[in-house]
Design a protein around this ligand. Structure first.
Ligand code: P5A
Ligand code: ZN
Length: 473
């Protein structure tokens, strides 16, 4: 893929995912096909969260004084907040912020809800739109001013240890979610100068896009007691003492959808994992003048049989050349197509074609073909996931001299380096290379190096972490 940015823009239009011609910068319209993909992705996510979170829905607007309460937090967002200043002609006494995220909307309510240790832990989430007046170059789904699909989870705990555990649990949930979508990721602890405003620390997932840039696709924050103190969220302990709670929050956005498109797509267009494809299998009747009714009837029969097995099927019986249909459904990312012509009908057979490798498979229509098709879906998914992970693994390059950074980055790869972890040193590294440090890997991480006896690449003190550097979105 030569120019990812252009490819991405075109595919959103050609596959009718979103229309970015809406006359406000950074805001777009979800089209029916895109909406279906989004819905299928959200269903997977909700299933994971609903196991031990409760879904809620908070107002879009936040009173100015609540937003202003948490100093560090508001400082991080002050340049990005949209304000509602008027009700009709009348200027409001108190400006209302349009949520850039919902800590300051939720936590004053949490302070009313949390009473005793018996109430804890609390785990909530909502999927809403949030607004951020981004000043960097906006891009559909990737950097938007209306984040239409903001999933934010907020949890409340009675101990620091439990909050720390929750961070791990949330990371586990996100891993499971990204795995379902076959999206590979680099998990790192963000440098202190790049953590979420108000958090004790931030863990972040970055994926790798075909142009060699990484995209932050999810973050998990340990908030410690900072917000609890600001919003006075306390609970009564078993010994009747009053203590501040410990909190975490974690979020995902439209970027997950952008990653599914960007990570799996290819020259032929969109390539969707079967689990989320609006059309998991597209049936294309091969029609001639004679016998076309019988062929279409058989296709309808197959469609019904597959649907009974929970498979999403569409038939494309438009009166256009089959070749044109093949091309279009490949572009739309349908994982499988089924071709059936008069001769196949006579033999009671059909041809399946895989979107991932274009392999053709003959199936016997007398057999339990739904089962076979579900097996193929699994196979396609595994293949997509492996291809994507292989690419990211090949892209992380270990260096031992800072001079190599720019070369590696210019080749569209991610840098792995040994690092002391000190802020001053890290900032110097970013300054010298003009490349961002994504963060540090922990010991049991996929991409950590063996640091035995290694020195920091810059200051030559003992190396404590594997650091990652990349060109980022
Ligand atoms: C966690 C949920 C938060 O806002 N509060 C509630 C915390 N974290 S965050 O890192 O600031 O955002 C969460 C994720 O949202 C994505 N994201 C965006 N996506 C598209 N366009 C944007 N302008 C944008 N800004 C943030 C990122 O994936 C981020 O990890
Ligand atoms: Zn150092």
């Amino acid at each position: 893929m030569e120019n990812f940015s252009e490819w991405f823009h075109n595919i959103l239009e050609e596959a009718e995912i979103i229309d970015s011609r809406y006359p406000i910068k950074g805001m777009s319209v979800w089209l029916p096909n895109g909406f279906k993909i989004r819905k299928n992705i959200l269903e997977l996510l909700k299933k994971l969260l609903d196991k031990d979170h409760e879904e809620v829905l908070f107002p879009l607007l936040v009173p100015e004084d609540e937003l202003a309460k948490e100093g560090i937090h508001v400082k991080g967002f002050e340049d990005e907040v949209y304000w509602v200043t008027h009700g009709g002609q009348k200027e409001l006494n108190k400006k209302l912020a349009i949520r850039p995220t919902s800590e300051t909307a939720m936590y004053p309510m949490f302070s009313l809800w949390v009473r005793s240790h018996i109430d804890l832990p609390m785990k909530f989430y909502q999927i809403v739109n949030t607004f951020r007046y981004e000043t960097k170059h906006t891009r559909p789904l990737i950097r938007v001013r209306e984040i239409t699909t903001f999933k934010e989870a907020h949890t409340v705990h009675s101990t620091a240890k439990e909050a720390d555990e929750q961070v791990k649990i949330a990371i586990g949930i996100y891993k499971e979610f990204f795995d379902l979508l076959g999206i590979p990721y680099l998990l790192s602890k963000r440098p202190v100068w790049d953590k979420f405003p108000g958090a004790d620390y931030t863990m972040a997932f970055d994926t790798f896009l075909p142009d060699g840039k990484t995209l932050q696709i999810g973050t998990v924050h340990n908030l410690g007691q900072t917000f609890a103190k600001t919003f006075d969220i306390t609970f009564e302990t078993e010994d009747n003492a009053h203590e501040h709670v410990y909190q975490t929050c974690y979020g995902l956005s439209d970027r997950v959808i952008a990653s599914v498109i960007g990570v799996h797509g290819d020259e032929k267009g969109l390539h969707l994992p079967p689990k989320i494809a609006p059309n998991q299998i597209t049936i294309i009747p091969i029609l001639f003048k004679k016998g076309s009714e019988e062929v279409i009837a058989k296709c309808e029969e197959i469609k019904l049989a597959l649907e009974l097995n929970g498979i999403r099927v569409n038939i494309d019986d438009r009166d256009i050349r089959p070749g044109k249909k093949f091309y279009q459904w490949e572009l739309n990312g349908s994982p499988l197509r089924l071709e059936l012509g008069p001769r196949d009908l006579k033999n009671n057979k059909a041809i399946l074609v895989r979107r991932d490798n274009l392999e053709k498979i003959e199936i016997d229509l007398d057999s339990e073909y739904s089962e076979k098709i579900n097996e193929l879906f699994d196979d396609i998914y595994n293949n997509m996931k492996k291809t994507a992970w292989d690419k990211i693994k090949d892209s992380v390059i270990i260096i031992d001299n800072l001079k190599e950074v720019n070369n590696v980055i210019a080749n569209g790869k991610v840098v792995s380096f040994s690092w002391c972890g000190e802020e001053e040193c890290g900032k110097a590294i970013e300054e010298i290379t003009d490349v961002d440090i994504l963060g540090t890997q922990n010991e049991n991480n996929e991409f950590s190096q063996n640091l035995n006896g290694k020195k920091c690449i810059h200051c030559e003190n003992e190396a404590k972490y594997t650091g990652l550097m990349a060109k980022t979105y």
